[in-house]
Write a protein that binds this ligand. Structure first.
Ligand code: CA
Length: 410
């Protein structure tokens, strides 16, 4: 969750630690680096004990960890490819996730009903966060948390921040909520079905299945309740929609757009804004803001407080829109009325896997057809685009998929 923002910030580590970064790419750490890391772990041990974490917990699970320098690369990675919002949403809110989400709503109906009673957050919203954060518990991240966070506590920028997360992880183990070997996650330490950071876990995780442990890895009830608790504590307003798609009249002055620029509905009505489905705007006294995620030629939305609460989970408007839209789809809603301003729409995960299968069949070494579009897939796409005589931007969209289908004779 929160760390994605930090990951995108420009960093100074490449200037400060060029040698270290070189090592990360080429060779195991030197003896000197090992000594520094061991000394850093000793300091962390003292801090852990100061915080009431037992010596046994530290010595068993943290005293002998070895640094994983690859997390420093992730910390400093500059996104080489800016994902258009229509690609982002095409993969996060695809038919597969809508079907999975509806099945989960059914399977966990009783738990979700009790979660709503206690935290005031509706089932579709809770399940949408679950589906986007961990694909309903299927993608939890594989990196051992103490190794990643221990490394980031001792090397690189943001050591203070990561030290807090490292100590919080030890606290989780010390209190017996989750077995240490189950504590794996993203390189930055987000873990479990809710992808909470460890400090967020300590503040907001909930035991909802009543076994006395807050287990966001192996307990779905704990995970759903903890997500709802997060949203509740963020100021969720029960029964209020996140917002809705709207249509702007011709010549509308879009300088009023922006998530923080909330206005009473009378303002929007007065300026000729209508719901995209043609209905008049609700006169419900709720202040909402105009969101134009792809500029004035794409879909437009009026969003209220609950959109901000979702935004608080991951600090990105595209993320909040994915959750919001998925929740509408789970309630039976359809896609957006206004198309995205592109003549080459994005791909669902199923279509991404299909595209990757074509690339593999044509001899590109891109690993498995997993639907994840990474550097290797983009390079392979760019090669095919070059051969086709089109702009080799490496983007996975409908156009290249259709071209690959035609070549394969499908
Ligand atoms: Ca529990």
């Amino acid at each position: 969750m929160q760390m994605k923002k930090i990951a995108s910030q420009k960093s100074a580590i490449a200037r400060v630690f060029p040698v270290l970064l070189g090592l990360a790419l080429a060779a195991p750490p030197t003896l000197a680096a090992n000594r520094d890391f061991a000394a850093c772990l000793d300091r962390l041990r003292a801090q852990a004990i100061q915080r009431g974490i037992s010596k046994a917990t530290f010595d068993t699970h943290a005293a002998r960890i070895e640094p994983d320098l690859s997390v420093l690369e992730s910390l400093d990675a500059q996104p080489e490819f800016k994902t258009p919002i229509w690609d982002y949403l095409a993969a996060l809110v695809d038919d597969e996730r809508v079907e999975d989400g509806r099945a989960m709503l059914e399977q966990w109906r009783d738990v979700l009903r009790r979660v709503e009673e206690r935290f005031g957050v509706d089932p579709a919203t809770v399940v949408s966060v679950w589906g986007v954060e961990s694909n309903f518990g299927r993608s939890l991240g594989q990196r051992p948390l103490l190794v990643s966070l221990g490394t980031l506590s001792c090397m690189g920028r943001r050591q203070d921040y990561f030290r807090g997360e490292f100590l919080a992880t030890l606290k989780i183990i010390d209190e017996g909520h989750i077995a240490p070997e189950r504590l794996t996650g993203s390189w930055a330490g987000a873990f479990g079905q809710t992808q909470f950071m460890p400090s967020t876990f300590l503040r907001l995780a909930v035991d909802f299945d009543g076994d006395g442990r807050r287990d966001l890895v192996d307990s779905v009830p704990d995970s759903l309740a903890s997500t709802a608790n997060f949203l509740n504590r963020g100021g969720w307003r029960s029964g209020e929609p996140w917002g809705f798609e709207v249509k702007l009249p011709a010549g509308f002055d879009t300088s009023v757009a922006g998530r923080r620029n909330k206005r009473p509905m009378s303002t929007w009505t007065g300026r000729g804004v209508k719901r995209a489905n043609g209905e008049p705007l609700p006169a419900d006294g709720v202040e909402r803001a105009l969101l134009l995620p792809a500029g004035e030629n794409g879909p437009a939305f009026l969003v209220g407080k609950n959109f901000d609460v979702i935004y608080g989970y991951n600090a990105a408007e595209s993320y909040a829109l994915a959750i919001a839209h998925l929740s509408d789809r789970l309630r039976g809603g359809e896609g957006f009325r206004t198309p995205w301003p592109t003549d080459d729409p994005g791909l669902s995960r199923k279509e991404r896997r299909e595209l990757q299968s074509f690339l593999i069949a044509r001899g590109h070494d891109i690993g498995a057809a997993d639907g994840m579009i990474g550097t290797k897939t983009r390079r392979a796409i760019a090669e095919e685009q070059r051969a086709l005589g089109v702009e080799p931007d490496g983007r996975a969209g409908q156009r290249i998929l259709k071209a690959m289908r035609a070549i394969a004779g499908n």
